[in-house]
Every structure is written in structure tokens, then in C-alpha cells.
Write a protein that binds this ligand. Structure first.
Ligand code: BGC
Length: 746
């Protein structure tokens, strides 16, 4: 195998190339370069692709291989002699994670790495507001840029399949159209800063339990219709620069080096960016080399040799790869393709001459965090207009529950953050309510959030409970701030929840409180659905997710009525776990048996399952209340019959029939009765959030391309449009349809 010789003389040229991409290059003539086989200035000028090819020609095989794997926990080597920089990465997806040590998972202890914590992606999805997603991505990208990160490890778009998945809070819900629509502006926003987004985890990492071993067996139809669309949109509409593989196996092959990377991502979708392994997601040199992985990260926690001096050189895509390239087991084109992609990412990020400088913790970022938070909070129940609560000096509000004061940016796994500040719900409520008396009791306590371990509480739980009941008894209103938290076996990476109900004795506490005070509003802080046998004990219920830095202010904004809630659920809340599609099939479907699981519910995920099987959810996908009321009128399609080239335009008037202004999300679902294939009753195909002043009307118009009605036809391994009649459902929740319209596709 030929190894390209070192060209030290090229350093200045490459440097210019790297940092003055937009400028023409004027290096000094070097007599040593003057033969036809060596690189000249001209051959590295031109567009980025030509520059990349020119650089590849100058790299030694060793240098190429060194670019394909980590040199530390979160960075990769550059090529010093050519001035090619290192690549630095940081976790997202809700903020830029604090600096991690070079070789260990421990934090590095920097004092200048605190950031803005943005709301969890479930909240962003619940906003149904793509414009806010763009602002979120842009602000986060600015923070990543300021922190000198080239790749932000997020967003996550794994589909919400089971409410037990510990990482659902990092994703965008159960619907592929919603996730696709929301992820694209986020990616574009991040990347405007010259920071690559890294969409994760491709694919089917829909549970944490056994995530590093489980083999997912799934139909190609469900794969393409449910689990891949958000990745596809990230590539084709978002133009994402990197994708992270998943830990699990898909159809017998580890996802980080899987046929799906070459065949679907790179070939069918033309992804030209970098496939990055999840940390320790690579398992063999052969497959890492051949099945689509470009950059191996995080290996070394599986016995590969963290104790040896330079264990990074033992990565699958390090020395073992080099040896096999030298032996001629793999053609050099294999490593060239990886390096080409990595260099392309670098020209887009750390070798781009015109990327902005970024900034961190600005007021603008805090405002975006607060706006996303208030836009995504979902009001689920509001008996007797419990909310909004006026700030009245004669009012005593008892704020009860550990989540009123607990940090929710600590814990959770790799999405853990070190925000400059985090306003707790209690602080936010106290800041907003200046006249009312705010009392507080913890009610229960849990241990600190530590990765992969449950730490027991230290306080006396009986005393906490007694104090809470007393506090509740003496108040006019109880705000119970509970739910889950970011500890192991809750909303946390590394494993799944063990129970669908509320943990930590909250149900019992709530019942005891109810005995002394029936005026209870529940502020549910979770990233997941929970079972609610206690629902009739509370007058009001608001899902506030994990909201980051501005958490308490955003919660106070909504419960005080400063902001009228307009969030809608991005996933269904089943009454009981068995009502969920994945769980209805028992352990072979979730969590799997003998490390294999079958996605038996197939395409019927989330509301598709509830609708089609006629299993009423507790709260449906797309559901969410407002402090005002809306009606829809004049709901129509522009035509009755369409061809496959057409767009369907659905229009309606949204009337605010209440006393205050607010926003409503118009949702358009389409279904195909009498289909020749299995179908969900209906699928979300369009939505629009519209704000309407009290007593006013706003017109909404939603375009849906007929092509989006195709199904994935396994008999031709391609998308297929079935002609005939379809039903368009227009409503404000998947279970609240105002009008059905029959259309036909010719
Ligand atoms: C997670 C990824 C994360 C990576 C680096 C992994 O355990 O699954 O989402 O980006 O660690 O922290």
C-alpha cells in the first residue's frame, strides 16, 4: 500500500486554505514542489470539495486514520503539520454541557463553562412552534460556538414508543411529522453558527434498558414511516452535518456500523456529513470500516484498554484499522471517504473563515429559553378555572413537593447541564406573587441524581410528610409540584423507569393532602407520561416538562396568567401502561426477551395505536387547554380531487370566543379508509399555531403535498401512493376533530 509522503512545505498553503477559505491563495513558490506529481497552489484552490481532495492527497495513511477516532473523551486529532485543527464536541441537546476531563467522565472543573439551560426537547415539541425551534437552535449554537465547540451532540429524534424510556425528555415525541417539522429549524439554527448539529441516535434507540445489547426487529414499513422520517428530514431539509449512531442493534447489526448507514442514510438520502459513533458504540474494526461509521468516539469503557498509555490508538478505527489498510484488507478509498466527510464537516465548522464568534448567557438566550418554556407548557385540566391564580394579599398558596426546589439540570445523563442559574418553581412563584403568602414544604425527599445509581434520601420522610400536610391545611390553595426527576430509573439516560405511576410516595402524599385541602393544582414536572389514578383529586393539572434556566419564571408566567398556555402534548398519555401499543404485546415487544425485541405494534405508535384500536387515552396527542376558548369555522379544502403532483390546501377560520388573547394549534390529520394495506385511522400531516385576540378571528391555511400521503410499500421497497378516497380531519387535538372532509386522489 502506498503511503503518501510528508509534504512539510505545504503547511503554509494548507493553513491559508483552512483559514482563508474565501480568499484566493498566494503562497510562496517552492522549487521542491515544481514537478507534475506534487500538489500546487492551484490544486488546492477552488471550491471546498477540490480543497478536500487536495488535502486528502497530502495526508499520510497514519494521519488519515488518526482523524477517524477520538484523541480524548470529546475531541479528535487534527494534523498538526498541516494546521488542520482538532474537532471539539459537547453534549446537548438542551444546552452545552460543562467541560469533561480529557480521559475520564469526571467534569474538568472549569469555572468558565456555565451556560443557558434551554427547555427539554419534549417542551420544544409541545410548543408546535417551528419558529421557536429556530430561535432555540440558533441561541444554543451561539453558546456552543462561544464555548469553542465544533459539534453539538444533539438534537435527539428517537420516537416516543414507551412512556418508560428514560430518555424521552431528550426527544421530540411520538409523531414523525411533528419531530421532523420541529427538528429542521433547530438544526439550521445551530449550524448558522458554524457549529455542526449531530442528530441522534440513528436508529431505534427507543429504550434505555439494555440499550447497548438489545437487537431491534422491526418491519421496514414501521422503520421508514415512523422511526426514520425525522432523521431523513434532518438530512434532506435540515442539511445536518453529522449524525450519531445508536447503541442498540438493528436487525442483528450494531447501529453504529449498520447497513442502514450506507444504504439508507448515505446512499438513499445523500447524507454527505459525518457518522459519529455513540460513545462506545463501535464494536469491530471490520464493520466500523465498512458499514458507514466515520468517526469512533468513546470506546475504552468496555475493556479495550483504558489503563494502557495510549488507549485511543487501540480504538477499532485506530491501529487495528491502520494495520488492515496496510495489509490491503480494505482499499484506501474506505478511509478516504471517512476523511473526506470529516474534512467537509471541518470546512463547515472549524475551518470556515466566516463563522460568527458566538456568545453565552445573553438576555436574548434567556428570553428564548423562557418563551419556549411558556409556549410548550401544556394545561391538561382546569376545573372551575383554577388557573390562572391571581396575586391576592388574602391568599396563601402552599407550594408542596420536592420538584418545587430540585435542580432539574443536574442528572439525566449526558444531557446534564451546568447553567449559570436555574430558577426553581418555588423561586419563580415567589418572584411573581408579591402579595399572596407563599408557603413551602418539601413533602418527600429523594437522593441526589447520580448516574446509574439510586442514592437514598437522608431526611426523615415522616416528618416531611407531616409538615407538608400541615402546610397544605393552612393554605387556600395547594400547588403540588411533583412528577419525576433526573435520577437513575426516572427521566434519565442509562435505564428505563420501573413504574408508570408517580414515584417516591407522591400518590399517598397527595391523598393525605386532599383530606385537608381539596383545592389542589398539580404542576407536573416530567419528560414522560405518568399514570394518574389521582386525577380526580386535583382541580387542575399542568405539564411543565424540564424547563432549564428559566423554569420557575416560565411556570409562574403561566399559572399567573401572564402567558396564556398554548402547548399541546407531543405524545399520548395512556390510562394504563398496557394501553400503550408497545406494552400491549408483553415482554417480547418491551423490553425484549433474550436481548431481542419485536416492535409488534408496528406502525401503530402513540395516537395511531389509540385511534385505530379504539383505546381511549387519558390525554391524547395534540391535546392542551387554554385560558380562552376557540372555535373553528369555514373549514374546507381547496378542491375535492387531487393528482399526485398537487398540494392540498386546508383553510379555516379560528375564532377566539373567550375573554383573553391566546394561541391555538390547528392540526390536520389524514387517513385512508378502505386501504389495501394496514393503516392508522389518521396521521398528522400539517399543523399551524395561530394567535388570536379575544373576540377576533384569524384565518389559517395549511398546505400538504399529496406525496406526503404515500405509504412505505415493502413489496417494492419504496414509497407508494394509493389512489382513491382519503379523509382529512381538522381539529385541535388528535381526539378533538372539528370537521372531516372527504377528498380523492386520482
Ligand atoms: C449518549 C449520547 C452522548 C454521548 C456523549 C452517550 O452515552 O448516548 O447521547 O452524546 O454519551 O456523552
Amino acid at each position: 500500500m502506498k503511503i503518501t509522503s510528508t509534504h512539510n512545505f505545504l503547511t503554509p498553503i494548507i493553513l491559508s486554505c483552512l483559514f482563508l477559505v474565501q480568499l484566493s491563495l498566494h503562497g510562496q513558490h517552492n522549487p521542491q514542489t515544481s514537478n507534475s506529481n506534487t500538489l500546487t497552489q492551484n490544486s488546492i484552490s477552488g471550491d471546498i470539495e477540490s480543497k478536500i481532495e487536495a488535502i486528502i492527497k497530502t495526508l499520510t495513511l497514519e494521519e488519515k486514520v488518526a482523524m477517524c477516532h477520538a484523541q480524548s473523551k470529546f475531541s479528535t486529532k487534527g494534523v498538526e503539520r498541516l494546521g488542520i485543527p482538532e474537532i471539539w464536541m459537547a453534549d446537548g441537546p438542551h444546552g452545552v454541557r460543562a467541560e469533561i476531563s480529557w480521559d475520564a467522565w469526571a467534569y474538568a472543573g472549569w469555572t468558565n463553562d456555565s451556560i443557558t439551560a434551554f427547555p427539554a426537547l419534549t417542551c420544544l415539541a409541545a410548543s408546535f412552534n417551528p419558529e421557536l425551534s429556530s430561535q432555540y437552535g440558533f441561541s444554543l449554537g451561539e453558546e456552543a460556538r462561544y464555548r469553542k465547540k465544533d459539534v453539538l451532540l444533539g438534537p435527539g429524534v428517537n420516537i416516543y414508543r414507551t412512556p418508560l424510556n428514560g430518555r424521552n425528555f431528550e426527544y421530540m415525541g411520538e409523531d414523525p411529522f411533528l419531530a421532523s417539522t420541529m427538528v429542521v429549524p433547530y438544526i439550521k439554527g445551530v449550524q448558522k453558527n458554524g457549529v455542526a448539529a449531530c442528530v441522534k441516535h440513528y436508529a431505534l434507540n427507543n429504550q434505555e434498558h439494555w440499550r447497548d445489547k438489545i437487537n431491534v426487529e422491526i418491519s421496514n414499513r414501521a422503520l421508514h414511516e415512523i422511526y426514520l422520517p425525522a432523521f431523513k428530514a434532518s438530512v434532506q431539509e435540515g442539511g445536518v452535518w453529522s449524525i450519531m449512531g445508536a447503541y442498540n442493534k438493528v436487525k442483528g447489526q450494531y447501529s453504529c456500523h449498520n447497513e442502514m448507514l450506507n444504504n439508507i442514510l448515505k446512499k438513499d438520502w445523500n447524507f454527505d456529513g459525518v457518522v459519529i459513533s455513540d460513545w462506545s458504540g463501535a464494536h469491530t474494526t471490520e464493520e466500523s470500516a465498512l458499514y458507514g461509521l466515520d468517526l469512533e468516539m468513546g470506546t475504552g469503557t468496555d475493556g479495550l484498554g483504558t489503563t494502557t498509555d495510549d488507549f485511543y490508538s487501540q480504538y477499532y478505527l485506530a491501529n487495528p484499522f491502520l494495520e488492515r489498510l496496510k495489509n490491503g484488507d480494505f482499499p484506501e478509498s474506505i478511509v478516504d471517504d471517512k476523511v473526506r466527510r470529516i474534512l467537509r464537516l471541518m470546512f463547515r465548522t472549524n475551518m470556515s473563515a466566516n463563522r460568527p464568534l458566538g456568545n453565552v448567557n445573553t438576555k436574548a438566550h434567556h428570553d428564548v429559553a423562557r418563551n419556549v418554556a411558556t409556549d410548550g407548557i401544556v394545561l391538561l385540566k382546569n376545573k372551575g378555572n383554577f388557573f390562572p391564580i391571581k396575586d391576592d394579599k388574602n391568599l396563601t398558596i402552599a407550594v408542596i413537593g420536592e420538584n418545587a426546589t430540585r435542580s432539574m439540570t443536574a442528572g439525566g445523563g449526558s444531557s446534564e447541564l451546568k447553567p449559570k442559574f436555574e430558577i426553581s418553581p418555588l423561586e419563580g412563584i415567589k418572584a411573581r406573587y408579591k402579595n399572596a403568602t407563599i408557603t413551602h414544604a418539601m413533602g418527600y425527599q429523594t437522593g441526589p441524581s447520580v448516574y446509574a445509581r439510586v442514592i437514598p434520601p437522608t431526611l426523615n420522610l415522616d416528618s416531611l410528610r407531616t409538615a407538608a400536610i400541615k402546610t397544605a391545611k393552612n393554605a387556600d390553595i395547594v400547588l403540588f409540584v411533583g412528577g419525576l426527576n433526573k435520577s437513575h430509573l426516572q427521566d434519565c439516560e442509562g435505564d428505563d423507569r420501573l413504574q408508570f405511576g408517580l414515584p417516591f410516595g407522591q400518590e399517598d402524599l397527595l391523598k393525605d393532602i386532599y383530606k385537608v385541602n381539596k383545592n389542589i393544582g398539580f404542576i407536573l414536572v416530567t419528560g414522560n407520561a405518568v399514570e394518574m389514578p389521582w386525577l380526580d383529586k386535583v382541580n387542575a393539572l399542568v405539564e411543565t416538562w424540564y424547563l432549564g434556566s428559566m423554569s420557575g419564571h416560565a411556570i409562574a408566567d403561566v399559572i399567573s396568567g401572564d402567558v396564556n398556555p398554548s402547548g399541546k402534548l407531543p405524545f399520548s398519555f395512556p390510562v394504563k401502561l398496557k394501553d400503550n401499543g408497545a406494552h400491549s404485546f408483553g415482554t417480547s415487544s418491551y423490553p425484549g426477551e433474550n436481548m431481542i425485541q419485536y416492535y409488534k405494534e408496528d406502525i401503530l405508535v402513540g395516537y395511531r395505536w389509540h385511534d385505530t384500536k379504539k383505546i381511549k387515552p387519558l390525554y391524547a396527542f395534540g391535546y392542551g387547554l387554554s385560558y380562552t376558548s376557540f372555535s373553528m369555522s369555514d373549514i374546507k379544502t381547496d378542491k375535492k380531487t387531487y393528482t399526485q403532483e398537487d398540494s392540498i390546501t386546508i383553510s379555516c377560520a379560528v375564532n377566539n370566543t373567550g375573554l383573553i388573547s391566546g394561541s391555538e394549534v390547528i392540526q390536520v390529520y389524514i387517513g385512508k379508509p378502505k386501504s389495501k394495506v394496514k393503516r392508522a385511522i389518521k396521521e398528522l400531516k400539517g399543523f399551524q399555531k395561530v394567535s388570536v385576540d379575544s373576540g377576533k378571528q384569524n384565518n389559517v391555511s395549511i398546505n400538504i403535498h399529496v406525496k406526503s400521503l404515500t405509504f412505505y410499500d415493502e413489496t417494492i421497497s419504496d414509497w407508494n401512493l394509493e389512489k382513491g378516497d382519503y379523509i382529512v380531519y381538522v381539529g385541535n387535538a388528535s381526539d378533538n376533530i372539528y370537521k372531516k372532509i372527504k377528498i380523492s386522489i386520482k
